[in-house]
Write a protein that binds this ligand. Structure first.
Ligand code: GLN
Length: 453
């Protein structure tokens, strides 16, 4: 049934880059065989899931939504996707995304943007599903799959979840292995699940997470039983409300939904405390130095030799091949990030930009450490607005970057953070609330998410 739904919705949503109906059916058949043989079933036995096309999947094209990887079929499986298959899940297909996960609307994909299944009432303008995990969010919101993988470097799980009325959690940096995930900004990249409910996110995350010796920054910690530990009571818990997130001229619907969330957590027994994260205003510029710097280094591997596309004009030399391949293969946003990253890492500007950004990143992480002496979790909006129309911000990179204002601080600090649906704005579009927790405290985040749900 999910395979049929995926095929039927593809022209309207463009959520998938490739579909793999056979893989989903094979997982379902395995359940029948295991049942008949009286064997135990995995926690995700037969569950058809969508895989963001940033995860390497053995024998299935993996593109990162870029022409430069078109036709690249990995010989290996990412650790996270392998963990899901080991738990019994089956793959419905590879989900569309912003190219190399760079974007907030899915419009940077080389395979055409994903279209959100949501519309403003009485308005036919197609809306952004959020980004970069916009194929994942649209597919779940349209009920094409019960769950999907996402990755979050500066908000790419949380913001699309908020835009489409679903749940998504970015765990603590290092919880999910980065091995086999196409790298964007390695000190920030973190995989996580997206699903309809907090409980489904907990089940998915348990399967995805775990120590992996193949990722040097993988956390060597056991995976807690998050699902069994779910508890919506907030009795004895302190919820911090960061003063600096209350921006001047904030969208009144977003402000109202934040107040609703505060009231819901109070009802669940929480004590609400005001906290301060004084370096919040520097988070966005810091992120947009560090992420492009790491991207410019990571993307140097796409040289026309090792992966996917090769553009070798007649009689051309090696340098010409690099230039032609990259000119043809990378989209405009990816080129912009490489230029910014190369600039901030260049000898003359390294100290002024990159070193400075690293110092501010430490201050941002310290803000959270100090705040968590006074509270257990932090509640904030996920994004400054509900979904915007496709095309609305695509000619203005700064306007697009500003949409990440509430999601990048937790990324820079490596903290677990979740977006849960929090009602609709006055135009009938979903809004999301964000819960940020202490490092390693996914349970606290999931429980506050459950209390909001
Ligand atoms: N929108 C942010 C960016 O463009 C975050 C993307 C992400 O988390 N992958 O960098």
């Amino acid at each position: 049934a999910f395979n049929a739904a995926v095929a039927a919705a593809q022209p309207a949503l463009n959520a998938f880059i490739v579909t793999t109906p056979e893989a989903a059916l094979a997982a379902a058949r395995k359940v029948d065989t295991a049942r008949a043989a009286g064997q135990p079933l995995g926690k995700l036995a037969g569950v058809p899931i969508g895989m963001k096309d940033l995860f390497a999947t053995k024998g299935v094209q993996t593109t990162a939504a870029s022409r430069i990887l078109e036709g690249f079929t990995p010989e290996y499986e990412s650790t996270v996707s392998q963990n899901l298959w080991n738990a019994g899940a089956g793959m419905l297909g590879k989900l569309n995304l912003d190219q190399f996960a760079m974007g907030s609307s899915n419009e940077t994909s080389a395979f055409g943007n994903v279209i959100s299944p949501w519309r403003r009432p009485g308005d036919t303008a197609p809306l952004a599903p959020g980004g970069s995990s916009g194929g994942s969010s649209a597919a779940i919101a349209a009920r094409l799959c019960p769950a999907a993988t996402g990755t979050d470097t500066g908000g790419s799980i949380r913001q699309p979840a908020a835009f489409t009325g679903i749940a998504g959690i970015k765990p603590t940096y290092g919880r999910c292995s980065r091995w086999g995930v196409v790298a964007f900004a390695s000190s920030l990249d973190q995989a996580g699940p997206m699903a309809r409910s907090v409980q489904d996110c907990a089940i998915m995350l348990e399967a995805m997470a775990g120590f992996d010796p193949k990722d040097s920054t993988s956390l060597n910690l056991p995976v807690p039983a998050w699902e069994a530990g779910l508890n919506p009571s907030m009795a004895g818990k302190k919820v911090g409300i960061p003063r600096e997130y209350r921006l001047d001229g904030m969208d009144p619907d977003v402000a109202r939904s934040w107040d609703d969330g505060i009231a819901w957590l109070k009802d669940a027994g929480a004590e609400i405390v005001e906290i301060s994260l004084p370096h919040t205003r520097y988070a966005l510029p810091t992120y947009y130095i560090i992420a492009p710097a790491e991207a410019s280094s990571n993307l140097a591997r796409y040289d026309g030799v090792r992966y996917g596309l090769r553009d070798l004009p007649d009689g051309a030399g090696l340098q010409d091949m690099y230039a032609a391949t990259r000119a043809a293969g990378f989209g405009p946003e990816v080129k912009r990030r490489i230029m910014i990253g190369t600039y901030v890492l260049s000898a003359g500007f390294y100290d002024a930009y990159y070193t400075q950004a690293q110092k501010v990143r430490t201050l941002i992480a310290r803000d959270f450490e100090l705040a968590f002496q006074h509270c257990d979790v932090i509640l904030a909006p996920t994004a400054p607005t509900a979904a915007f129309a496709l095309g609305e911000k695509s000619d203005d990179p700064l306007a697009m970057y500003l949409n990440d204002v509430f999601s990048v601080p937790a990324s820079l600090a490596g903290l677990p953070a979740m977006s849960v649906p929090a009602g609709l704005d006055r135009q009938g579009l979903p809004l999301g609330l964000q819960v940020i927790g202490r490092a390693f405290d996914e349970q606290g985040v999931l429980n506050a998410g459950l209390a909001l749900e």
